[in-house]
Design a binder for this molecule. Structure first.
Ligand code: CAA
Length: 395
């Protein structure tokens, strides 16, 4: 059975900060951020744009573009590590905003940045049953470390929604290997605003997980390699390790350029999106490949034939990792045509460092939603201890 991802949609906030300006404000050489970390721009959410709003926008788009009614969704899973409540799932708010049926199974999965990937694999298992049709899996997060911290240049925000079905028009997907080990590399105690991070150790844990997962398979060096991307420079280091596992240690830079680089383009303009990060990297590869083929006047289907499948590696601190394999369907260009993520990134509004700091430190700051913000939903604060959400557009 060809169970997999029928369609993907992405939502990123309409405001961003240039890391060149952040470096200048922090008195740091800009090349540390632009080259040493590999991030140029970071997405900054507005006060009315929490993880529910990010997720609902991505979910709304994926169903609309795929031509699927909310009533056809039988399973809704939200992967996030930015939840606002310890009992009421984020997915319940998304379920309500998207008008999904009451007969739908609705829950969150928490495993740091890997939650949505585990959710996707659960949805794939679920979709194998003859009685089940469409599942909706949404990765949504706001990555924050605080002003002046080493993690600050790796902040970001965004959501990626994936529609899972038995007859996917985008790609088949399956699990190849998995790895789990209890670590304290990055964690979020309930009473703290920002995560605690052991930066160097977190990188080591990621590298251990990637080596463990790839060591369990016979690696096809002609495939594309998509990785969880806390920051693009780490993906270069990770790929150098994977390249040595497949006997390409001396050639890793060229291999990275051919098989990885295009997946790093959007993460370098958005920052870390935790659960959504690996899926934003996949979107970056697919849309870049599609647009490149159109510019060159060749068929996107032919353009992708140089690659033999797609490895997708998801990592969550704490820690857990899973290596998946995707295989594009011949209909993939039809689905990717509607992504329009590069355009959305190009159209964003640039913030000053002062505006960004106000948004980061005083999230209650009132801010009007501009008509070009592109959101269909908004968060408007807490009333009687309940978070308030509403739809602001029906188009
Ligand atoms: N020009 C070019 N490069 C420069 C430079 C300059 N002027 N100045 C410094 N650099 C380079 C450094 O040499 C270094 O490169 P290498 O990694 O190749 O050595 C790079 O810039 C970063 O410099 P530092 O190591 O000094 O950076 P830092 O300590 O200030 O911060 C970090 C790095 C620890 C990763 C920090 O960004 C952080 O804490 N991030 C959050 C944690 C994280 O993302 N961990 C990743 C693994 S965990 C995970 O994947 C889960 C998740 O999403 C959180």
């Amino acid at each position: 059975m060809n169970v997999g991802i029928d369609h993907i949609a992405t939502y990123v906030p309409n405001r961003y900060l240039s890391l060149k300006e952040l470096a200048s404000a922090r008195n740091i050489d800009e090349n540390k951020f632009l080259i040493g970390i590999g991030i140029k721009e970071m997405a900054v959410p507005s006060p009315w744009e929490d993880i529910v709003v990010l997720a609902a926008n991505a979910g709304y788009r994926v169903m609309k573009e795929a031509g699927i009614s909310p009533k056809e969704i039988g399973l809704l899973i939200v992967g996030t590590e930015s939840a606002e409540d310890r009992a009421k799932p984020t997915a319940t708010h998304v379920h309500s905003l998207l008008d999904i049926s009451e007969s739908c199974r609705v829950y969150d999965i928490l495993h740091a940045c890997a939650g949505a990937s585990y959710g996707l694999l659960s949805a794939v298992d679920w979709a194998h049953s003859p009685k089940h049709k469409y599942a909706l899996v949404i990765a949504t997060d706001i990555a924050r470390y605080g002003v002046g911290t080493p993690g600050e240049p790796t902040q970001g925000a965004g959501a990626v929604a994936m529609l899972v079905s038995k007859a996917p028009r985008l790609m088949k997907i399956k699990e190849l290997s998995t790895y789990s080990k209890s670590t304290y590399d990055f964690w979020k105690p309930m009473d703290q605003k920002y995560p605690i991070v052991k930066g160097v150790y977190s990188v080591q844990c990621y590298l251990n997980a990637v080596k463990a997962c790839f060591s369990k398979v016979t690696i096809n060096k002609n495939a594309v390699f998509i990785y969880h991307t806390p920051y693009p420079k780490l993906v270069e280091k990770v790929h150098a390790e994977v390249a040595s596992l497949m006997g390409e240690a001396d050639n890793w830079r060229k291999h990275y350029a051919d098989k990885v680089f295009s997946s790093n383009i959007y993460p370098s303009r958005v920052g870390n999106t935790y659960t959504a990060s690996v899926w934003l990297s996949l979107v970056s590869f697919l849309e870049t490949c599609y647009e490149g083929a159109i510019i060159q006047g060749i068929s996107p289907i032919d353009a992708v034939k140089q690659h033999e499948g797609i490895y997708i590696f998801s990592y969550g601190s704490g820690c857990g990792a899973v290596l998946m394999q995707g295989e594009l369907m011949d209909t993939w260009p039809t689905m990717v045509r509607s992504f329009q993520v590069r355009q959305a990134l190009d159209d964003r509004r640039r913030l000053t460092v002062e505006e960004y700091e106000q948004l980061l430190e005083t999230p209650a700051l009132p801010m009007q939603i501009d008509k070009f913000d592109g959101s269909h939903f908004k968060y408007s604060g807490v009333k009687n201890e309940e978070r308030q959400y509403s739809r602001i557009s029906t188009d």
